[in-house]
Design a protein around this ligand. Structure first.
Ligand code: ZN
Length: 604
């Protein structure tokens, strides 16, 4: 007779003796325990032979222990509960609640498992005071305690030094610490606003890096022997094939961490060392879904964008390299016009976030579902607005133009450095210039720059070189200010107006002019984790296809000519918009220059 069956038989005898279960119903159940491997209590409860509470009370009485109807999970300190690995707690249905000088107070659903009580006594090195609870109560409490720990990320003190993490995993050879370690990692990533988690084996250990605001940092290390269990755990969560270690795999994890819904895209790649590395992209609704007014547009850009997305037809293009925040911008636009009376269809690769009210399709080239074929199918679905992830080829461009000309608003992206180049790129795809002119209504180029932490940024007076790099030399500012004053610029262009006017009115020399301008550099404080930066925002170049730019497209003018004309009509280049954000203390000169290296300044 197996141990489980023997134990069940013993419990069965007690329950019969105490009148909880009639003897004639017990025998077949004990037989089932042997066949199915379920516990007697589980069979009694699922078979509705006896209820949980009656069983627990009978066991408590038999052992001379108290029965506890309810467990106050909030009152259980993490450091007490976590002394017992979760798999052990679940297997033996035992949970420590409190500890004092004299003993440790535990609840169990099975007080007859004396070995478990012995183990707890050994771990805490003090006597165990036991109370009996129902099976359901103890399992719920165990789950909630561990969820709580996972949610707050205190699993193994990830705030402490990295050695602690290693030791924690070494403590036990069962799976629970790995699960806790991975859960804690996700919680830490969300807390520290990481966009990506990289787990990779190195010479001696496993290194975990977070990408925060575009920069990678080492956040944890673990002993190399744990690379396999860590990888397996992540693969299980992402529904990947654990056994496949030679081919790349892609998967997805959906989690709730501290009340926030988090989607994680998982990618595994084998390395030459025989191990895999895992990169996870974290998609937090709160960072992907921003309002149009939260993107960091200047008032002019905001007004134009808001007008463009409310037009009935036309193509709006967003351009920039990978990771420049194009998707966030497109989502913000769609969200703005997302009403029940508007049919919005999107083709994305992949769908980064599901937005209620939108019909989103994940394109898969491998099965023939391309941007072009999705877009063609959309047009038979009576759409008002379509968003197509990217225009990469003539076919997609043709259909997008057709859609626009037949009364649909089309949003898409292109890979070009600046807004004017998008027009020439379409012409290079063999699209007739007159079709570009009659369909494209606006092009937004963008980059992401890190925002200074407002709590610790350090003001300073910029050097002449820095001003020159941002085209903020007094001569140019004065020129801009003159245009503002003449009404050529929108009157809300306050930063330039203020700075330029100051220079004009006081007729300052260069030396003094520099002293009037204040820039900021990063400091470091608790709010930003000593990084000096907090979050990222876009810098933008929004080109309107209007009476200035339109005729140039028809004439097949080069990008430089288009750019010069657009700027003279009031468009700010990426670097101009960056300069505005430097002037208003949002970011640094270095951030803007790094993000706009290829943004060629056109001399006016
Ligand atoms: Zn700070």
């Amino acid at each position: 007779m197996g141990a489980l069956a023997a134990h069940s038989e013993y419990i069965g005898e007690i329950l019969i003796k105490r009148g909880v279960v009639p003897a004639d119903r017990m025998a077949p159940l004990v037989q089932l325990v042997r066949e199915k491997g379920q516990t007697l209590v589980e069979l009694l409860v699922t078979g509705k032979v006896a209820d949980e509470r009656a069983i627990a009370e009978a066991l408590a009485a038999e052992c001379g222990l108290g029965f506890m109807a309810k467990i106050d999970v909030e009152a259980i300190p993490d450091e007490v509960a976590s002394k017992i690995p979760i798999t052990y707690a679940k297997q033996y249905k035992i949970l420590p609640l409190q500890e004092d000088e004299s003993c440790v107070y535990c609840v169990t659903a099975d007080p007859l498992l004396v070995t478990a009580v012995d183990d707890v006594r050994t771990i805490f090195k003090k006597p165990v005071e036991l109370a009996v609870v129902t099976n359901e109560a103890v399992m719920n409490a165990i789950n909630r305690v561990w969820e709580r720990k996972g949610a707050t990320g205190n699993l193994e003190g990830d705030q402490a030094n990295e050695e602690d993490n290693v030791v924690d995993i070494l403590d036990s050879d069962d799976d629970a610490p790995i699960i806790a370690w991975v859960n804690g990692l996700f919680a830490q990533a969300v807390r520290e606003r990481a966009s990506d988690i990289h787990i990779e084996p190195e010479e001696r250990d496993v290194v975990v890096r977070f990408r925060v605001d575009g920069e990678l940092y080492v956040v944890r290390r673990a002993s190399k022997q744990f690379i396999a269990p860590i990888m397996s755990r992540v693969k299980i969560m992402a529904s990947l094939n654990i056994a496949e270690k030679r081919l790349p795999q892609d998967g997805r994890i959906s989690l709730k961490i501290a009340g926030k819904s988090v989607d994680i895209r998982v990618s595994t790649v084998p390395t030459s060392r025989g191990f895999e590395r895992i990169v996870m992209r974290i998609l937090q609704k709160t960072s992907v879904l921003l309002g149009l007014d939260e993107l960091g547009f200047s008032p002019r850009e905001y007004r134009i964008m808001d007008d463009l997305i409310n037009r009935p037809d036309g193509i709006i293009l967003v351009t920039g390299p990978t990771g420049s925040g194009k998707t966030t911008t497109l989502y913000a636009c769609l969200n703005r016009i997302n009403h029940p009376n508007i049919n919005i269809l999107t083709a994305e690769d992949p769908v980064e976030y599901e937005i209620g009210g939108l019909h989103q399709v994940h394109v898969q080239a491998s099965i023939g579902l391309t941007f072009a074929s999705a877009l063609r199918a959309f047009l038979r679905q009576d759409p008002d607005v379509v968003m197509v992830g990217e225009i990469r080829d003539k076919e997609t461009a043709d259909i997008a133009i057709h859609a626009s000309l037949t009364g649909h608003l089309v949003l898409s992206t292109l890979h070009t450095n600046d807004a004017p180049s998008s027009v020439t790129r379409l012409v290079e795809m063999e699209i007739e210039p007159f079709l570009v002119r009659s369909s494209v209504i606006g092009v937004l180029a963008q980059r992401l720059v890190r925002m200074l932490c407002p709590h610790c940024r350090v003001p300073y007076h910029p050097t002449a070189y820095e001003l020159e790099q941002l085209a903020l030399d007094p001569r140019r500012l004065a020129q801009k200010a003159r245009r503002v004053l003449k009404g050529k610029y929108a009157p809300h262009d306050l930063d330039y107006k203020f700075v330029g006017q100051t220079l004009l009115e006081h007729d300052l020399g260069y030396e003094q002019a520099v002293k009037e301008i204040v820039f900021h550099k990063p400091g470091g404080c608790d709010a930003c984790g000593n990084k000096g930066f907090l979050g990222r925002r876009g810098i933008y170049e929004l080109m309107l296809v209007d009476d200035v730019v339109g005729p140039l497209i028809l004439k097949n003018a080069d990008a430089m000519t288009v750019k010069r004309a657009a700027r003279q009509a009031g468009m700010d280049s990426l670097r101009d918009d960056g300069a505005r954000k430097v002037l208003s203390g949002m970011t640094t000169v270095e951030e803007v220059l790094a993000a706009t290296q290829e943004d060629v300044l056109v001399d006016e």
